[in-house]
Design a protein. Structure first.
Length: 94
């Protein structure tokens, strides 16, 4: 599988929601963008993409989408040591 497309149709004034997962291979992003727009019949639509989905962002920009804001995924790892009483090995039967 090289790409995936999900379309949630609009309802009561809300735009269509487009979801993509595409490998950065030649023209696959363009084909999925065209397919998504055909499904939602060129109505209002939006999609939430990360900065590393640049091939999909470029494909949507080429079809009239504009970038509203950029997203960043921030992670901070926190290590906490917790004192635990030592347990002796006890045989367990049955």
């Amino acid at each position: 599988m090289v790409g995936w497309l999900g379309v949630q149709r609009s309802s009561q004034g809300r735009p269509h929601t487009l979801s993509f997962l595409v490998l950065p291979e030649d023209h696959i992003a363009d084909e999925l963008a065209d397919q998504a727009l055909a499904i939602c019949e060129a109505g209002p639509a939006w999609s939430s993409l990360r900065h590393y989905d640049s091939h999909m962002i470029d494909a949507l920009r080429g079809r009239g989408f504009t970038l509203l804001l950029t997203q960043a995924l921030l992670v901070r790892e926190l290590v906490v040591r917790v004192a635990m009483p030592e347990k002796g090995l006890v045989p367990s039967f049955g």
